[in-house]
Design a binder for this molecule. Structure first.
Ligand SMILES: [Cu+2]
Length: 157
């Protein structure tokens, strides 16, 4: 049953490649992307949003990718004036709510990267949800400042 749903999600994703989002059971996963890594870097963050259009909560339990030896769920948090990163065991998506993984907050952390992430690359990422099960999405590698907070963008002339 889960396998059928998985193939359905992939077929749907292929048909909607331009929009780059995935409907998986009652979860909508939007635009998984990573920032390009500088030469020699062995780690990188992956970001996306999960919208829960169903009536029951679900939880993102883990991530994995053939691109990295280790993949973890992380949180970036301001702790007494210092940005710190820590692993989180799971991320909840409440019904009618959106879970946002973005630079400076929650993210999927890839370490022991097999190769640097270059702009334009795409690679698979597997997301394991407690109720919905596992789904594969395609991560698009963007520029090093992709998804930056507005305060970090160039001011308009
Ligand atoms: Cu991290």
């Amino acid at each position: 049953m889960k396998l059928v749903a998985l193939f359905g999600a992939i077929a749907l994703a292929a048909g909607a490649a331009a929009a780059h989002d995935y409907q998986f059971h009652s979860l909508k996963i939007d635009h998984p992307f990573a920032r390009a890594t500088p030469p020699g870097a062995r780690s990188g963050g992956v970001f996306f949003t999960v919208e829960n259009t169903g009536t029951a909560p679900d939880r993102l339990l883990s991530v994995s990718s053939p691109m990295a030896g280790v993949a973890e769920l992380h949180e970036m948090r301001l702790d007494r004036g210092v940005m710190r990163m820590r692993a989180v065991p799971a991320m909840e998506v409440k019904p009618g709510d959106r879970l946002e993984l973005k630079p400076g907050g929650y993210h999927a952390m890839l370490t022991e990267l097999k190769q640097p992430l270059r702009v334009g690359d795409r690679f698979p990422l597997f997301l394991a949800f407690e109720k919905a099960g596992s789904v594969e999405v395609s991560v698009w590698v963007e520029g090093m400042a992709a998804g930056a907070a507005p305060m970090h963008q160039q001011p308009k002339p």
